[in-house]
Design a binder for this molecule. Sequence first.
Ligand code: FRU
Length: 474
Amino acid sequence: AFAEEPFRPAYHHTPPYGWMNDPNGMVREGDVYHLFYQHNPYGSRWENMSWGHAVSRNLLDWEELGVVLEPDSLGAVFSGCCVMDPQNTAGFGRNAMIALYTASGARQTQCLAYSTDRGRTFTRYDGNPVLTSDRPDFRDPKVFYHDRTGRWIMVIAAGQAMEIHSSANLRSWRFESRFGEEYGAHGGAWECPDLFELPVEGEPGQTRWVMLCSLGVEDGSRVQYFVGDFDGRNFTPEDDPDEVKWMDFGRDHYATVTWSGAPDGRRIALGWMSNWAYANEVPSVTFRGSNTLPRELGLRRVGGELLLTSVPAREAEKLLDEPFAVPAFAVETEHNVSPLPSGPAPAGRIELELEGGDAEVFGCKLFNCRGEYVDICFNRIEGTMLVDRSHSGRTDFSPAFAATRPVPFASGGRSRLTFWIDRSSIELFVDGGERVATNLIYPSEPYDRMNFYAKGGTLHVKKLEISPLHPYKQ
Ligand code: FRU
């Protein structure tokens, strides 16, 4: 059933060979999306950190262009960003693509490199580093042009907080403010910030600023976010300081940042689909590491609270063939849909609408002919949904892999679930992206069956629609 390299995704970006972690330098140039990434071109473990490079016109079909930045005397090439500089503020030309990245050597310093050939080759600025700090953890600069103040803004992780710096020319930077010590979740160093403005859905004229923050917590890597205001100097959150807002409730969503310069005001994010708790151990062979589907971000008011929503970018529709719909049915105890009506073609997307009615516990399993399964279980009493992958296939490579994170679930027993399934991942979008759970899986055969169950009441499956992967991706 699988191509000769098991677990190589059919439609998620992976490096052709070697290790990958964070997406870096995402920038749109002309009508091309550039994606750089943390890469070890020589092996499939974290080492020799360099920037790999891929380009795409549709965010799905990627052309690999090879390594653009390798370690130098200042250190390994850690995460960072790219911007276009059409006003030539930095003096490297109007068509220059400018990378700001962390050199991780004896210290972590911020460096600049520029490309005048559309990202194919980069030249390091001879005045590097452009920004230093006394803090040992000081990394992952993300830069954008702030129209209202007419300056470049950098948000950068510094210890367990984010710093904001400003610049007129991308080369000399001035400290503006520091955010985070008293807010949100803490654990390991904060990493991979992003800061951007989004409209509030259905509230014309209303916008908010969103800050993304990756960090290590007890069960590994996770991304939190803050909603608030940014005046060009300070980020002011409007959330309660003790509240934690998670961007994703799966185990494999990290280092998520957004494209610079996406058209039509779109805010498109990409995350690394893994977790530092076991990333170096996952059982893929010639490569390790894949990225999420590109996701379009929004802000939606739900029960008085502003939630960051993520849905697959609309480009992803082209991955799918015509859907098969199963008529609505009710489940008293158990019901199998086996095999799925899409036949042997692997499912690309499954859309489900569940109504738990009076059932206390209900859910569904995706399973294969070997009896390996992922269980999506709603518990009305606890108000949670669990994505349990402890029987999903290979789990033996790390004791940290099987654990799950509860997804809050408060929609009165009714839920819309959209699964995007690839050979080694399931991305689950709940209620139009209000909650997302991204998880890796390593089944020995694709899941081609489903089981629905209910305890203490009747589950109504109002919609079950399966879209197989389009033949061009199978
Ligand atoms: C996040 C991270 C970044 C760092 C990079 C190193 O996953 O730890 O903070 O720049 O990975 O590869």
